[in-house]
Design a protein around this ligand. Structure first.
Ligand code: PHE
Length: 358
């Protein structure tokens, strides 16, 4: 191609653009013309630029120079039109579509999960009764989950099928010293097998090992048992553990603490019933039932701390006594909110969870 046809196509395009731009009246018109003439993919300018390669080499410098001039003129024409129409080009086009008189869009704000709400509520009530919050790890050793709690090696609660043991190397029957040296590491090779704690009673041991007496603590957290999920079972759930150790703690105090707690949490005058039971770490042991909405409902276990447990943590059981209790948090939560299937709590379905916004 020689120089002439190339320059002619440039000039023709510029004239066409000039005419169209001068009659453009809206930002939308302007945007359409911008795409048509200077669009990066198939704008007219781009198409002509491709022709530059076909111009004979000796004419190419002149062709390139003319091309640049036309491009600048085109840009100037568009700027001019944009000024006349109201400036801003594309962003203005979008902005002009915003109607400030329309109602706003409500931002989607999350709600606190009912279990978290329950936990906060329980902490608050027990705090008023003088209990401070203690914490412990969810990955435990057998010392804290069983041995120190007076649960012997052959006890059914230690069956591997009833616990989530971690896949770590096994060592011989763990002693306290061996395990203590390995706390904090989790390879299980020195301190014995590790498992997800099956009860918050582990925290009793940790606190009694480390804190001075007397003590009044609660521990709230997750526990794990390989139960098949149904309306009342889930492989992970929460417990609230309570422990009070002092010089003259009695079963009567246990009962009044649990009654005060239930009255505050469930509302009204809730009756508390103890049924004889057995736990390796308490003696005597009881099941705790609350009379609520015309029926007895089981909420957990309790009892006086067994002397063997005190011995494991070097507390003199002649001088000190204590009670411990463990309540199911889901049960308390479900009763209060009228939730009938525990699985609903853990499906992460916000349509369900949103109902419990506070
Ligand atoms: N740890 C017991 C359980 O998980 C509950 C319990 C706690 C019982 C403290 C007595 C004292 O069933």
């Amino acid at each position: 191609m020689s120089l002439d046809p190339f320059v002619r196509s440039l000039d023709a395009m510029l004239e066409e653009a000039r005419a169209l731009l001068s009659s453009a009246t809206s930002a939308e018109d302007l945007e359409a013309l911008r795409v048509r003439f200077t669009g990066a993919k198939s704008g007219a300018l781009k198409t002509i630029q491709k022709g530059l390669a076909e111009v004979s080499p000796e004419d190419r410098p002149a062709a390139g120079k003319r091309f640049n001039e036309v491009r600048e003129s085109l840009q100037a024409l568009m700027d001019e039109a944009s000024q006349r129409i109201g400036g801003g080009g594309r962003s203005k086009a979008t902005r002009s579509r915003i109607d400030p008189t329309l109602p706003g869009q409500r931002p989607r704000i999350g709600v606190v999960h009912p279990i978290t709400q329950t936990i906060e509520h329980l902490k608050e009530i027990m705090g008023r009764l003088g209990f401070t919050v203690a914490e412990g790890p969810e990955i435990e050793d057998e010392w804290h989950n069983f041995v120190a709690l007076n649960i012997p090696e052959d006890h059914p609660a230690r069956d591997p099928l009833d616990n989530f043991y971690l896949a770590t190397a096994k060592s011989a029957s763990p002693s306290r010293d061996a395990m203590e040296t390995n706390l904090g590491s989790n390879d299980g090779t020195i301190g014995g097998p590790r498992l997800l704690r099956s009860q918050t009673s582990t925290v009793q041991i940790r606190v009694m090992e480390n804190e001075p007496l007397p003590m009044r603590i609660i521990s709230l957290g997750r526990v794990y048992r390989p139960d098949a999920p149904d309306a009342t079972h889930f492989p992970m759930f929460h417990q609230m553990e309570g422990l009070w150790v002092d010089e003259h703690v009695t079963m009567a105090q246990l009962k009044s603490v649990l009654k005060l707690f239930a009255t505050s949490y469930l509302g009204g005058d809730v009756k508390v019933r103890f049924r004889p039971s057995f736990f390796p770490f308490t003696e005597p042991s009881v099941e705790v039932d609350y009379w609520w909405n015309d029926q007895w409902i089981e909420f957990g276990g309790a009892g006086m701390v067994d002397p063997n447990v005190f011995r494991a943590v070097n507390i003199d059981s002649e001088r000190w006594s204590g009670f411990a209790f463990g309540l199911g948090v889901e049960r308390l939560c479900m009763r209060r909110f009228g939730i009938t299937d525990i699985r609903d709590l853990y499906r992460s379905d916000v349509r369900f969870l949103r109902q419990f916004a506070t």
